[in-house]
Design a binder for this molecule. Structure first.
Ligand SMILES: Cc1cc2nc3c(=O)[nH]c(=O)nc-3n(C[C@H](O)[C@H](O)[C@H](O)COP(=O)(O)OP(=O)(O)OC[C@H]3O[C@@H](n4cnc5c(N)ncnc54)[C@H](O)[C@@H]3O)c2cc1C
Length: 411
């Protein structure tokens, strides 16, 4: 297996020993770290950003019920998470009408609305402050070494001294998101990346404004998709479909609000609450999956292994799913509860079943959201038929609700 070193004198540097090095302190890495600490397994979490930066990075807000249950079972669900706002329905707006989709009535399940910065703050606190976990922030130039051996290493530049430090370990958990270094290390071993580009962009916005409805809104409009996702009583996320690579600065305050009002308009709907735009960036919508997600002693989790465009609000949920499987498997192996490492051997295939299911759902939903605006009348017709079916066929509605909430009994 390829060694990603680039360092001639690694062996001449003093190395610290630990059982697991976790690269990245996002939802995936912090969950793995917490599970290991709770099991009494030594680990070090390395993070390029500061603690303050990771605790305020805005992204996700919708957590599926099974994911909150999984956090709770591992002692990681705070009272604030367990009592946060729950959503029981979403609303589609098309052809000037509102169409309520009451998914709790169909499945008995709901979504939790809990902004990602709050979840990360809870997980950091639990790992570093309550469980005494070793979290090293603001590290530089993280590199992976000797991945084919039984004792791989991770090195990094120490932010205080500027010197390179080396950690020898039994396993490396690559949880460093879409822009980290672990994915390249895995693909260098021959893992394949499957990628899909949607050919569209989303202008992702955070507005200092209360939500105008206490549920997620999906506007399917000939000008393009628009979405409203409540985040808190004071902050709301909005999305506007735009060309990929579009310049966020081309979207003035006035242009943003005019487009949102137009695309989310429906008879009987309350007017949107406007507010200052706190975040404005263009996401080029794409997905990828690295297969297998593990090679030798390196195992990936979360966005490092698979990215799912935020069309169906699935990315953080998948990161948590991976982290439960990987954290439990590493803990089993490192404590001797699973001496043969059966959990680790089955990790990638167990994780990928849900990953591919969610990817397929995001693709399906993308066509519903974007098909009518593509300028292709045939595609517009089939997309509209897909959407109408949700409100005319109870079986189609039940299937959609199951996928939207991630509640299938088996993946
Ligand atoms: C606008 C937007 C909205 C979203 N909404 C939702 C939603 O509602 N629901 C949902 O489920 N998902 C949503 N997602 C997706 C979700 O945010 C991600 O899937 C989730 O953050 C993945 O978690 P992670 O831990 O795998 O990666 P990340 O959260 O990206 O964490 C990776 C960490 O690794 C660190 N890192 C990077 N490189 C290195 C390195 N070389 N060394 C050490 N550390 C490194 C990073 O700084 C980061 O802290 C959304 C995403 C976006 C962009």
């Amino acid at each position: 297996m390829t060694c990603v070193t680039g360092l001639q004198d690694l062996n001449s540097l003093p190395a610290e020993d630990t059982s697991v090095v976790v690269i990245g302190a996002g939802p995936a890495g912090l969950t793995v770290g917490n599970i290991l600490r709770a099991a009494g397994v030594d680990c070090v979490v390395l993070e390029v950003e500061s603690r303050a930066a990771i605790e305020r990075r805005p992204r996700a807000g919708v957590i599926e019920e099974w994911a909150v249950r999984g956090l709770d079972e591992r002692g990681l669900a705070t009272p604030a998470l367990l009592t946060t706002e729950r959503h029981t329905a979403c609303e589609f707006r098309f052809e000037g009408q509102r169409h309520l989709f009451p998914y709790q009535e169909l499945t008995g399940r709901h979504h939790y609305i809990y902004p990602q910065p709050l979840l990360v703050t809870d997980l950091v606190r639990s790992y570093a402050d309550l469980r005494g976990g070793d979290l090293r922030c603001e590290v530089g130039d993280v590199r992976l070494h000797d991945l084919g051996s039984d004792r791989p290493a991770v090195s990094y530049r120490c932010p205080d001294t500027g010197r390179r430090r080396v950690l020898r370990c039994a396993y490396v958990a690559g949880c460093d998101g879409a822009r980290g270094v672990s994915r390249a290390a895995l693909t260098a071993t021959g893992a394949r990346t499957a990628r899909h580009d949607y050919g569209i962009g989303w202008l992702a916005l955070l507005a200092e404004a209360p939500p105008s409805a206490d549920r997620v809104l999906f506007g399917v409009h000939p000008d393009g998709f628009a979405g409203q996702m409540p985040r808190s009583p004071e902050v709301t996320r909005f999305y506007l479909q735009c060309p990929p690579g579009d310049d966020p600065d081309a979207w003035s305050h006035e242009r943003v609000w005019a487009a949102l009002h137009r695309r989310l308009a429906a008879s009987g709907a309350a007017a949107l609450n406007e507010g200052r735009l706190l975040e404005k960036r263009v996401l080029d919508m794409h997905d990828y999956v690295v297969e297998p997600m593990a090679a030798g002693r390196l195992l990936l989790a979360g966005d490092a292994a698979h990215l799912v465009a935020p069309i169906a609000a699935k990315g953080m949920n998948l990161a948590l799913h991976d982290a439960f499987l990987l954290g439990d498997a590493l803990a089993g192996r490192c404590t001797g509860a699973d001496p043969k490492g059966t959990g680790l051997a089955g990790y990638a295939s167990a994780a990928l079943r849900r990953v591919w299911d969610y990817q397929e759902f995001s693709q399906w939903l993308s066509e519903v959201y974007h098909g009518v605006a593509g300028g292709d009348p045939f595609r517009a017709g089939t997309s509209a038929a897909r959407l109408r079916r949700l409100f005319t066929s109870p079986r189609a509605a039940a299937a959609f609700a199951e996928q939207y909430l991630g509640t299938a009994e088996r993946y």
